[in-house]
Design a protein around this ligand. Structure first.
Ligand SMILES: [Zn+2]
Length: 211
């Protein structure tokens, strides 16, 4: 009976439109990487392969457009990809018409038109009421994060490992990180080992949210 109710509820209730974290209890967290693809992408992918970790990558539309095959490479290795805007322009700084056009372009580049409420992560997480309304009305849902690694400020692998300790990152957390940074890449094995040591499995956002 409970199972039936849950199945019905999952069909009737709308999906969460602004995702900030995953559920507590499954002992899982999601590592997310913004701003790629970049020259270090291949090294990131090899590092995650070695660690046996699947992650979520929020990619730039303009960079994917010049290298469309790269999306297949992320996906082939078990990762999830979603757009992070086209030019990394803050959604809140665009007119409604510009933003709607940019989101449409992202949908075409990432082939998300047939998906129900695909995720987009706004550059800098910058949203105001108007841009949020435009994104939702354009059929997207918003993928934010619950834990900022500050890897754009902490340009040392040791500092990043300390910041991303398993006492700081807890069950269900969505962790914001960035591509293209040697210190982030260098820190990844120790961060993943630390999380695993605390019993936390690293999965994609889609898996964390069972979506
Ligand atoms: Zn970004």
């Amino acid at each position: 009976m409970l199972q039936t109710l849950r199945q019905v509820a999952s069909r009737v209730l709308p999906p969460s439109l602004v995702v900030r974290r995953g559920p507590v209890g499954a002992k899982r967290v999601a590592l997310t990487f913004d701003d790629g693809p970049l020259p270090l992408t291949d090294a990131y992918l090899r590092c995650l392969d070695d660690l046996g970790v699947a992650a979520t990558f929020f990619l730039m539309g303009d960079l994917v457009e010049v290298d469309p095959g790269i999306v297949r490479e992320y996906v082939r290795r078990g990762h999830q990809v979603a757009p992070h805007g086209y030019h990394h322009t803050m959604f809140s700084s665009m007119s409604s018409r510009e933003l709607a056009g940019e989101l449409r372009r992202c949908g075409e580049i990432f082939g998300t038109q047939a998906q129900a409420r695909p995720w987009v992560r706004p550059p800098h997480g910058a949203l105001n009421t108007r841009s949020l309304a435009v994104a939702l009305a354009s059929g997207w849902s918003i993928a934010m994060w619950s834990f900022d690694s500050y890897d754009y400020k902490l340009n040392s692998a040791d500092d990043l490992v300390e910041r991303c300790s398993p006492t700081a990152i807890t069950d269900g957390e969505i962790v914001l990180m960035h591509e293209g940074q040697q210190w982030t890449l260098d820190a990844l094995p120790r961060i993943v080992e630390g999380l695993r040591g605390a019993g936390l499995e690293c999965v994609t956002m889609a898996d964390l949210l069972a979506r």
